[in-house]
Design a protein around this ligand. Structure first.
Ligand code: GRG
Length: 297
């Protein structure tokens, strides 16, 4: 399949919906502009596309997934805005552009993140109210996204990651951090597509295992890119993890073993998709794309 065309079409669909969900006003305080900037200054839309592709692989209509996919992207955008703040990663570049706090000031960036997070739950709540026969799974998806974003997921992972800065940690601890910080939202995206696509219990289990392997492979690759790719590839300041003595795979395993680990994880993710046949081709292509980002795979 042509992954580029697939991604382009799904990105377009998601971006039209994101635009509809974002506030249209332009107040003098710059809050709406900062929210738009955080969402629209680049971004692959990986998580919303995963949600759509998962629903597609079950042969189910994807329209009910769209608000949840957009909510997940709002949560992702908020996490990046806050992650870049001086109190956290203190970064000035994201997606090759000035970070939101550099462009709009720190207070506005904090509020833009807060507003995106809150809007995400408004969008999902409204969608769940309208979901008709899908309401129980829509409510379940909302709860799972809340768990993935909160203390037992992304926020908890971020706190553990910050606490580990400058210390030496082992591989299980590193994976504990990554499963929460990055993996949880990816898992929630796939499970949202599966739940709203009416997956059977066995399908949901397989898709969840696919997501978990995908999420870890994604993080290993991100660490490899941070260690070796130039800024024009990552859009971020290069070598940030090392500079801040942040826990990362290349420092623990070495570059070559990290690349092997990413490849093994993707192979394991692909095995979970076997029973889904050709309908899972986009999910396969997305998993391969994750490791291809760091070359020589
Ligand atoms: C501040 C609560 C809070 C959490 C921050 C996600 C996160 C937690 C921090 C980001 C740190 C980071 C760069 C993690 C690596 C994995 C990751 C989330 C990369 C960015 O995701 P992409 O590549 O981003 O999907 P785009 O730009 O495509 O949207």
């Amino acid at each position: 399949m042509n992954l580029q065309r697939y991604l382009h079409q799904r990105q377009h669909r998601i971006e039209r919906a994101l635009d509809r969900y974002l506030p249209k006003t332009r107040s003098p305080d710059g809050l709406e502009q900062a929210m738009r900037y955080g969402v629209f200054a680049g971004g692959k839309r990986l998580r919303p596309i995963l949600a759509l592709a998962t629903c597609e692989c079950l042969g189910s209509p994807t329209t009910p997934v769209v608000p949840f996919a957009c909510a997940i992207e709002f949560i992702h955008a908020y996490s990046l805005i806050h992650d870049d703040l001086p109190a956290m990663d203190d970064d000035v570049l994201r997606r090759g552009k000035p970070t939101t706090h550099v462009k709009f000031g720190e207070a506005t960036a904090i509020l833009a993140g807060d507003a995106l997070l809150t809007e995400a739950f408004r969008i999902m709540g409204e969608a769940a109210v309208r979901a008709g026969a899908l309401r129980p799974v829509a409510v379940q998806a909302l709860v799972e996204i809340a768990q993935a974003a909160g203390i037992h997921g992304m926020v908890g992972g971020q706190a553990a990651d910050m606490a580990a800065e400058g210390t030496t940690i082992d591989l299980p601890r590193l994976e504990f951090i990554h499963v929460r910080k990055t993996g949880a939202l990816i898992r929630a995206a796939v499970r949202t597509g599966a739940l709203l696509g009416n997956a059977r219990a066995d399908q949901l289990r397989r898709l969840t295992r696919y997501a978990d392997r995908f999420g870890l492979a994604f993080q290993v690759t991100d660490d490899i890119l941070d260690a070796e790719a130039p800024t024009d590839v990552t859009g971020k300041t290069v070598g940030r993890d090392r500079a801040r003595r942040k826990a990362a795979y290349p420092a623990l395993l070495g570059l070559s073993a990290s690349k092997d680990r990413a490849r093994d994880l993707v192979a394991a993710a692909l095995r979970e998709l076997q029973p889904f046949g050709p309908a899972a081709e986009p999910l396969r292509a997305l998993a391969r794309f994750v490791v291809s980002r760091c070359g020589d795979t």
